[in-house]
Design a protein. Structure first.
Length: 114
């Protein structure tokens, strides 16, 4: 079964790169650049994984996670940021990251054997 991933980032280049990298290996991706787009994206849930930037122009990452978990209660969350993880997030990838590193992290989080 194809896994569905929601990607939230206010930087279009990051959104596009993550979306393409995951779609090319068979994941179904839904994206949101802001809270308005997140509201629309939620209609495509439930999701198997949420990937979100820690620092957003609009809204707080905690609000995004809470909103997604309303329809996808057990969804794992992969945080990404250009700053170092201070241990706050169990699943984290630091920007810039390699496409292969991203794919491996996603595969591990989804326990995807494909």
């Amino acid at each position: 079964m194809t896994k569905k991933i929601l990607i939230v980032d206010n930087e279009p280049l990051i959104l596009n790169a993550v979306e393409r990298a995951l779609a090319r290996v068979g994941y179904l991706t839904v994206r949101a650049q802001n809270m308005k787009e997140l509201d629309k994206a939620m209609g495509h849930g439930p999701f198997d994984l949420l990937i979100t930037d820690v620092h957003l122009d609009e809204g707080f990452v905690e609000d995004i996670v809470k909103r997604v978990k309303e329809s996808s209660a057990s969804v794992p969350v992969l945080m990404m940021s250009g700053s170092e993880n201070t241990g706050m997030f169990p699943h984290f990838i630091e920007k810039p990251f390699s496409i292969e590193g991203l794919r491996n992290k996603v595969k591990d989080m989804l326990n995807d054997s494909e």
